[in-house]
Structures are given as structure tokens and as C-alpha cells.
Ligand binder design. Structure first.
Ligand code: NDP
Length: 419
């Protein structure tokens, strides 16, 4: 039995809160704290009639470690689930250390202002040393390992779907199907249609930054970087059909490359329709994806933040989105001296998610594992001193809870491979 503080009340948080309320055995009490308290209050009002979990709300600016510390000290949770934005990861981790509570998130740190000279100097050195140029990487959060270890606290990084479930699929495959995994292809397909000419399925700023960046993959001990969308493949996704997918850089590649011994190659592909890509290219060409402030009529605005204000709120896509997502991993490796390939995936239906929790499947597939990771930490099923990526823990209890909480998975042993 425990008490969880949830930071953020956007698309992912709303699903995580619903799922915590379905798991009152673990979450006796939750506090939803975000920048806009009205959203937290509206969610509390909707859910408190149907759950045994006691819900409270709070307003917090998660960019301020002091505000977070005051809130955590007042509420005294067992753990903090950070489902605000990657920009807040470090302040939330600092506050957890100050208040001696465990930490869980779904996305690794990236700075809001990528023009900050102090950050830029470290970033440019890291690009040279590692060979990939994404704005996000794990070094900032891994730097907290010693502090969490000394404090006897657990920080669980990346408890969403990808990263998250895909990393747990990898640990599960290694535990039950392989002696060694040599090739991992992570395939993320959203075959849903929301009916808008252009919208993103999660936070537009984070989403557009990610997909307009260079691609990269891990091969033979080093990163290989590509132009954005340079590598394209077609894949026949179970329950969806044939779709184009493109190679992207993705954060779990970085941790899996360290945590899966003898892995030779890790790639990540995401499905995009041509209309999405054309819109994105156009927005990029006219400067709307820029992350540095510009001066407009005497005011500073950040183009990508202005664009976010124009685009549909991802949390509002639920009622209009139809179709399915399919996210999973194809593993090739050896077992008892023989090469084999398996495919583990989940298929999730947008409308079924909407009927259950009022959200589309992209928020659902992230919010469910966020709750599961938090439950395993609060219940001390997963326990360790330090900062951990999710594949470092025993995958079995997590895999069981995916089946129990709405994300059933399939293991196929006769599979198509990606060339
Ligand atoms: P949203 O933009 O929908 O929600 C973000 C929430 O955080 C909003 O409620 C926002 O408040 C709140 N917030 C933002 N800044 C602050 C702040 N300074 N202080 C307090 N609250 C703040 O994003 P999503 O729900 O789509 O995404 C949430 C997280 O999940 C992101 O980190 C994203 O990268 C991650 N994610 C991970 C995935 C995975 O598979 N691992 C997949 C999809 C997302 P307000 O309501 O006022 O705007």
C-alpha cells in the first residue's frame, strides 16, 4: 500500500492516473500536481466517484526544485512519478533526493533551451565523444547514480512504451528465449487516424523535435548517424497492414547498447504517413520547428512553442481517433547454439482506450507502463539503490501486469525480418 505523487496532468498523466485508480491495492492515495491545477481537479472529480484511491491535487512549477521539495515534504509520498516533460527530469530528481523518495519517469532529460551556452558546450563535447547529435541523452540522469545509491533510493528511468515496454520486451526475450541477442529492431506503428490534416499524438514540441532530428543506430560498438528520415522500410504490421517506417534515433538504443551483452545492432523505426512528413518538412522549412526564441513585435517567442499553441491538444484526440497501434521488437540471436528470431509486440485499439479511460492509444500505451513501473517500485517488487534503466530489472512481473492492465502482448516465432 502506498502513496504516489504524480507530476503533470497531460495526455500520458491522465491515463497513468486512471490506471493508478484501477490499482487501489497499491495506490491507496495519489496526488496529481501540475502547472494547471484545474486539469488536476477535473480529473479528480471524474475519478473519485469510481475508485477507492484517495485523490488530492496541487499546483506546482516543476522547473523549481524548491517548489517540488516543499510539495513532496508536505505530501510525503513513497515515490514520485514524473509525467510532465523531459525538461523537468533533473529538478524532479533533485527534489526526490532532497526529500528521500523514489523517482520514476518515461523520457530522458533534454533541455528546454538548446541555445544555453553552458549546456551547449557539454552537448557539443558529447556529440564528438559518442557520435550522435540528439538533444537528449542519458548522461545527465546517469550522473545521479552515486547520489541515489548513497541515499538508498531507486530512480527508474524510461517506464513508458518506447522506452519502457520495448526495453522490458528485450529483457524478457533475453531471459526466456536467448543465450545472446545480437540484433534488435524496435518497430513503432501508429495506424490510427484522427481526421485532422496535421496533429501530433503526444506533446508536439517533444514529438517534432524528435522526428525532425538526425536518425541513428548502434552497430558494432558505435553509433551510425543518418540524415533525418534517410532510411525507409516497408513492414507488414500485424492487425494493421503494410506501412512505411523510417529509422529514428531513440533513447532506449543508448541504454540497451550498454545493458544487453554482445548486442551487435539496435535500430528503431517509426511509421509515418506521407501527409505527416510533408507537413513537418514544410513547417521545418519555414522555421516553425526552431527552438530558439525570436523577437516578434517586441516580444520573444519560441516558434515551436507557438506552433504547439496552434495544433490540437494531444489529450483531445481521443474521441476522434480510430485504428490501432502496434509497437514491438524483433530479436535475432542464439539459443543453444542455434540462430533464432522472435517478434514480441502489443496491438492497442484507439477507440477501446477511449471507451476505457477517455484517451487515444498513444497516451494509453505510455500511461499504463508508467503506472506499472510506479507500482513495482512502490510495492518494492523492484528495488535497488541507484539510477536504473527499466531493462535492468526482472521483466516477469512487469510483463504480467501488462496483460492485467490492458496491454496484452504476443510472442511470434515465425517472423518477417527488416532488411
Ligand atoms: P503533455 O504536454 O500532454 O503533458 C505535459 C504535462 O506536464 C501538462 O499537464 C503540463 O502542464 C505539465 N507541465 C509542463 N511543464 C510543467 C512545469 N514546469 N511544471 C508543472 N507541470 C508542467 O505531454 P504528454 O502527456 O504527451 O507527455 C508526458 C511525458 O511522457 C513527456 O515527457 C513525454 O516525452 C513522455 N512520453 C513518453 C513516451 C514513451 O513511450 N516513453 C511516449 C509519449 C510521451 P499544462 O497542463 O499546464 O500544460
Amino acid at each position: 500500500m502506498g502513496r504516489l505523487l504524480i507530476i503533470g496532468c497531460g495526455g500520458v498523466a491522465q491515463v497513468a492516473v486512471h490506471k493508478c485508480c484501477q490499482n487501489s491495492g497499491t495506490f491507496e492515495e495519489i496526488c496529481i500536481a501540475s502547472r494547471t491545477r484545474e486539469k488536476c481537479d477535473a480529473l479528480k472529480e471524474k475519478l473519485e466517484k469510481v475508485t477507492a484511491t484517495k485523490i488530492t491535487t496541487a499546483k506546482v512549477n516543476a522547473d523549481s526544485a524548491e517548489e517540488l521539495t516543499a510539495l513532496i515534504n508536505a505530501y510525503r509520498p513513497n515515490a514520485v512519478l514524473n509525467v510532465a516533460l523531459p525538461y523537468q527530469d533533473l529538478t524532479v530528481m533533485e527534489a526526490c533526493l532532497a526529500c528521500h523518495v523514489d523517482y520514476i519517469d518515461t523520457a530522458n532529460y533534454e533541455p528546454e533551451d538548446t541555445t544555453d551556452p553552458a549546456w551547449r558546450a557539454i552537448y557539443e563535447r558529447r556529440c564528438r565523444e559518442t557520435g550522435f547529435t540528439a538533444y537528449f541523452d542519458y548522461s545527465w540522469q546517469w550522473a545521479y547514480r552515486e547520489k541515489f545509491r548513497e541515499a538508498g533510493l531507486t530512480a527508474l528511468l524510461g517506464s513508458g512504451f518506447d522506452p519502457g515496454v520495448t526495453s522490458v520486451f528485450t529483457a524478457y526475450a533475453l531471459k526466456h528465449y536467448f543465450d545472446e541477442i545480437h540484433y534488435i529492431d524496435i518497430l513503432d506503428c501508429n495506424g490510427g487516424d484522427h481526421g485532422y490534416p496535421f496533429a501530433t499524438n503526444f506533446n508536439p514540441e517533444i514529438n517534432l523535435r524528435e522526428v525532425s532530428a538526425n536518425g541513428s543506430y548502434w552497430e558494432d560498438g558505435h553509433w551510425v548517424e543518418t540524415e533525418p528520415m534517410e532510411i525507409k522500410r516497408e513492414f507488414d504490421f500485424p492487425q494493421i497492414g503494410k506501412k512505411d517506417m523510417y529509422l529514428l534515433h531513440h533513447e532506449e538504443i543508448e541504454s540497451l547498447a550498454k545493458n544487453i551483452p554482445n548486442v551487435k545492432r539496435i535500430r528503431f523505426f517509426m511509421m509515418f504517413g506521407q501527409s505527416y512528413l510533408t507537413h513537418m518538412k514544410c513547417l521545418e522549412n519555414v522555421g516553425m520547428l526552431r527552438t530558439e526564441p525570436i523577437s516578434y513585435e517586441g516580444r520573444e517567442i519560441v516558434p515551436i512553442q507557438f506552433l504547439k499553441a496552434l495544433l490540437p491538444d494531444p489529450a483531445s484526440l481521443g474521441p476522434r481517433t480510430v485504428g490501432k497501434t502496434n509497437i514491438g521488437c524483433i530479436f535475432t540471436g542464439v539459443k543453444d547454439g542455434k540462430e533464432k528470431t522472435i517478434y514480441i509486440y502489443n496491438v492497442c485499439d484507439h477507440q477501446e482506450c477511449y471507451r476505457e479511460v477517455g484517451s487515444q492509444a498513444v497516451s494509453y500505451t505510455t500511461g499504463v507502463p508508467a503506472m506499472i513501473g510506479a507500482a513495482l517500485i512502490v510495492d518494492k517488487v523492484w528495488d535497488g539503490d541507484g539510477v536504473f534503466n527499466i531493462e535492468e530489472f526482472d521483466p516477469d512481473p512487469f510483463m504480467d501486469m501488462l496483460n492485467q492492465y490492458g496491454l496484452p502482448w504476443v510472442v511470434e516465432e515465425q517472423v518477417q525480418v527488416v532488411q
